[in-house]
Write a new protein. Structure first.
Length: 136
């Protein structure tokens, strides 16, 4: 009942009152919206991921990905200086992901090297067993 009476009431210049209230509310929300803040947390996460990758000597195995992570971080910092927080957040997150990818690739390469070394040792042992079958 209250809603139907509100809808029937006419405001200024014959517009329904509820439309005027809705428009005022929308303008109020838009006017109060603050611009996005600089993505400091994302920048710190990217810096930490890159530092961790550098400490793990990732550049020996995945230097391209690590370099891309550094480039994305530099671009994110430029975006912050240019007051482009959305772009900065995106670039910082992309930088962190590239650093994590570099670390994962390095871990894979290290594990493969260990596996290859173990396979070589196994083959050497098998060869010695074939040469000296009766000795123990």
């Amino acid at each position: 009942m209250i809603q139907s009476e509100l809808m029937k009431r006419k405001g200024i210049r014959g517009f329904p009152l509820y439309m005027g209230l809705a428009a005022a509310g929308l303008l109020g929300l838009v006017g109060c919206a603050a611009p996005p803040e600089a993505p400091m947390q994302e920048l710190q996460a990217a810096e930490l991921a890159i530092a961790s990758a550098e400490q793990e000597r990732v550049a020996d195995y995945a230097s391209d990905d690590l370099n891309q992570a550094r480039e994305k971080l530099a671009a994110a910092r430029r975006a912050v200086r240019n007051e482009q927080p959305v772009q900065a957040r995106y670039l910082a997150e992309e930088s962190r992901v590239k650093a994590v990818l570099a670390s994962a690739k390095a871990e894979e390469a290290k594990a493969k090297a260990i596996n290859d070394e173990m396979q070589e040792s196994i083959e050497t042992l098998k060869e010695e067993m074939r040469r000296n079958p009766g000795e123990r």
